[in-house]
Ligand binder design. Structure first.
Ligand SMILES: [Zn+2]
Length: 181
């Protein structure tokens, strides 16, 4: 069975972004735990987490965890801030035409199809030299799930039903991708 590492961004003294009463490290953990739960019921992948509590884990450590496990896929969950709205995904630069690019295309499409129904904007499939994307040896993707400092985005992120459906969408997407890993 493919093994997947789910990475809840930030944690401990690193809160990540904040806005509208929301704190990124708490949202990423909540989302990761829900995606893990959904994936466990499918029994088609083995799921590992880089953290399952509110603790600080360095970027190096997150990559090391996945590398030591010889993981097949690394998925890092974040929430954005800085004056925008909507969803964007990231892979390491130059990997568009590799399996990593294919995974980005599929996962981005699955998630944005759901988010568009909620009135959210597609900010695109992007590339960035983020540590967890650079240091992990397996296909790795980082998802920026809406903006905490946007009133519109934050109101969705505060809805338990939205988080539940988003986590289900992510789990379905990962399970589908995992069949080709
Ligand atoms: Zn973040």
């Amino acid at each position: 069975m493919p093994n997947i590492v789910l990475d809840a961004g930030h944690g401990g003294n690193d809160s990540g972004a904040t806005g509208n009463g929301l704190i990124e490290k708490n949202l990423t953990l909540d989302l990761v735990l829900k995606v893990e739960q959904h994936l466990k019921t499918k029994q088609s992948v083995i799921v590992h987490l880089t953290r399952n509590t509110d603790e600080f884990v360095s970027l190096n450590k997150r990559s090391q965890i996945a590398n030591k496990l010889n993981s097949n896929l690394f998925v890092s969950l974040h929430h954005n801030a800085g004056g925008g709205t909507g969803f964007e995904s990231y892979i390491y630069p130059g990997l568009k035409n590799t399996i990593t690019g294919q995974i980005q295309q599929e996962m981005h499409k699955d998630i944005i199809n759901f988010l568009k129904l909620q009135g959210m904007t597609d900010r695109g499939q992007r590339e960035a030299n983020f540590a967890v994307l650079r240091q992990t040896k397996m296909p790795a993707i980082l998802l920026e799930n809406l903006f905490l400092d946007s009133k519109k985005d934050a109101s969705l992120l505060k809805k338990p039903t939205f988080i539940e459906e988003l986590s289900q969408t992510m789990a379905n997407s990962i399970a589908s991708i995992a069949t080709n890993l």
